[in-house]
Structure formats: structure tokens, C-alpha cells
Design a protein around this ligand. Sequence first.
Ligand code: ATP
Length: 490
Amino acid sequence: MAEKDFKDIVSHAKEYGFVFPSSDIYDGLQAVYDYGQNGVELKNNLKQAWWKAMTQVQDNIVGIDSAIFMHPTIWKASGHVDSFNDPMIDNKDSKKRYRADTLIEDFASELAKTDQAKADHIVSEMNRLLSESDLKGVYDLIVAENIKCPISGTCNWTEVRQFNLMFSTQVGSVADESSTLYLRPETAQGIFVNFLNVQKTGRMKVPFGIAQIGKAFRNEIVARQFIFRMREFEQMEMQFFVRPGTELDWYEKWKETRLNFHKAIGLPAEDLKYHIHEKLAHYANAAVDIEYRFPFGFKEMEGIHSRTDFDLKSHQEFSKKKQQYFDNDLDENGKPFGNYIPYVVETSVGADRLFLAVLCNAFTKETTVDGEQTKERIYLNLHPALAPIKVAICPIVKKDGLSELGQKMYKELKTEFNASFDEKDSIGKRYTRQDLIGTPYCVAIDYQTLEDQTVTVRHRNSMQQERMTLEEVKNLLRSTATMSVLLNSL
Ligand code: ATP
């Protein structure tokens, strides 16, 4: 998909009520977006698909909903206060701020067109310097390679500094150090600190998981590519607690399970790939990203990490509360495994990034030749279970009782399926409107319906029409457009 198509997708998202810039009438707020009437339905469907796939379909995973505000020591224990940083650099002429690593990566990907080896060398040198926290070295690399600011075209840079991505705020009426709280930069810590609450009250036995969907906040230095990188976004995370020594088997299992999920929601296998992390964070013993081929290239959509016992151990240390689990299963010598801090395999996907991947994949421009005429048609090829509206009821005319009959059928459908009733404009225009938001089926009510109660069902992708009873319409929807259909394909 070419870059220009991404612009089409972004404007489509706004024009058809999927995503609006936040505070639009005040000219927007950078890297913050609102979901419109169709976007919220699609996003809710995606969240529901994830939630059910991770809890209901599993035997040993339960959900929680923890608060955004958490005790500030949690972010010390997790390492976020000290090391949740990005290296930033400012250009003194344009006054623009960049992430030093993205600046170098963008330069290298341009260079790769003519000199791949040199580009690879620059990126690996950058990775080495960053892993050694050598910010002076990163600055020297930018200057040595004569990397210029894309706006001013100059090389007039400040030094490289670390920038913490957490937003902080004050709680209570007195602003001092002790009243500083952070907006959570990830949902995972809410799961870790509730590990024993859930384990004990739910009488959970390792291996088991805890899932959560919720907002996270990061003060991203460079926010770009629409909803791909936002300052306020939503994460869907699951921590799976396992016996130490079994974590790499579980990691492999979750790698595969999560890839299958993305295929089940309609993302093509050829647009998905694993990116295995070679350099690991100090607490991880395996990590992989599932990348999707966005119009701007393969990029991370989900991370799967084997995090050892780092988080629970750290919370035990900082809170002085034991985070142990007693495992009474017997080992090979017939003795109980006993007390230990479980290891954790985490899966973490951004709801908004998943939304963007699904939207990009669904956006379809089709050219058809009709006699002398060439027509272009745009539709969203969404999985019917994800589509904001499943079926639109369209009486061909308002008169002769067709409107009333349509209303009756609409009422019969709408408590089971998200349906809409549309009798404005020509039937062709109405079909087009539904195509643009991805409605899989339109039901036309005509004079024959008055006689035999049958309707014409028009299919979104093929535009084929077929006649059936309302009962058959319901069965068509039940067998193609429900969440259980999607989950059964996992
Ligand atoms: P990136 O390298 O793109 O900054 P990350 O590795 O920091 O992402 P994680 O901390 O692993 O991301 O977060 C898990 C998931 O949360 C990501 O795979 C992504 O889908 C989502 N996510 C992270 N940051 C953002 C953001 N700023 N906007 C939207 N989604 C995000």
C-alpha cells in the first residue's frame, strides 16, 4: 500500500465518523484523538474480541480493571522513574525536538537506498551507544554523519538528553514532592500489584493469567502517524504467571496464540511477522514483537515478553510484602514445588494500533468496468463481527407501507444485532454509505416483501443480491457476524 493511501485512510477515518482529532474546533491537540460514532463501535468490538479470546476462551485467565493512579513507589519499583526515557535532541534553528534514535533511523533508512552496509553500520553503532547510555556518543554520531534537521536543514544541534515519558500530576491541595502521582505509562503494573489479591480470592493455580484493558499515557517526544503513536492510548495486556523454568515454553505458546488472533480478526498472514529482540532488557529472557505491515512499513503492533520474576520481586522488595505463591504440585522427586515467586510471560497490544491495522487492512478501493464506464468504489472489508453496523434496513420507497414494514423488521433485528434503518436518498446511495463504514449486509424492503415477507440481501464485498426471509437474514447474521463466529476461528 503506497504512502498516499495512508492519507486517504486518515481522511476516510475522519469523514465517516471513525477518528477525529481531539479538540477539533480548537485546531486539535497533537497526538490525541477522539473516536467517533463508528470508530467507537469498531474499537469496542476489537476490545471485546481480545477480552473474550483472552478470558472467556481460556480456562485460567481472569480480568481486572485497576486504577490509572497508583502509589508513586510502584513506578520506582518497576524502573519507570529511573529508566523510562527516550533520548531527545533539539535543533537550535528550527526549535524542533526529535527523538535522537528516530532521527538516526530515518537518516539510515534514506541512506539504505544507496548504501545498505553503511546504513546498517550506523544503526548498530547507535544501538551500541544507547545500550551503554552513551548520549555524548549518540550526539557525536549525529554530527559525524552530518545528519540535518528536516525542517531547518542545519546541523545546529543541542546535546542529547534523556527525557522521561511519564506524565506527572499533583494530588491534593498542597503541591510537594510527596503528592506527585504519575499517569500510568502501562497497565501491566496494575496487574502485578494485584497478583496476590486475584490469586487468593480466585483460588488461582499457577499457571494462570490476569488480563486488563485500560488507558495508558506517555509523553511521546515525536508523535506521528495518526493513532499509531499517541500520548493517551489504550492497552490490552495479559500477564501469565508460570512456574520458573517453564516460561520459555509458555512464551512460545503465547507467541503463536497471539499471531493466530490477528489472523482470526482478518489481518492477512503475509502482512504479519515476528521481530525477535536480540538485545534484551535486563529483566527479560526472551522478547518478540508482532509487526504489521502498515502503509508506512512493518511496525510493532504487539509485544510478547518473558519478564522472569523481575516485577514481582521488585514489588516484594519495595513494598516489603511477600509476593510468593505456594505450589503444592509434586516435582519429579515427589516433593511439592513449594514457595516461589512466579515468572511472567506478558502479551501487550495497543487497542489503537490494532484499530489502525484493521482499518488499513479493510480500506479497499475497487475499480469496476461497467460497459463504457469505469467506476471506483471504496468499502471497508471488515470482518462482519467487527463491523460497527451489521445490517442496514432499507425500504426502497417510503410510501405504500414499505417504511412501516421496514421499521417492524428493524425492531426485530436491532436487539440482537447492531442494525440501522435508512430510508433517505436512492438505494444506491444508501448502499454506498454502508460500504464506506463496512456494513456487511443491506436488506432492501420492496413490494414483494409486502406479499411474501422476503427481502433482498445485498452483500458488501461481492455486491451480490439474494432473496430470503427475515428468519434467514437472522441466521446469516448469526453464522457470520457474531463474536462467537470470530472466536470459533481462533
Ligand atoms: P514503541 O517501540 O512503538 O514505542 P513500545 O515497545 O514502547 O512501543 P510497549 O511498551 O511494549 O511499546 O507497549 C505495548 C504496546 O502498546 C505496543 O506494542 C503498542 O501497540 C502500544 N503502544 C505503546 N506506545 C503507544 C503509543 N504511544 N500510542 C499508541 N500505542 C502505543
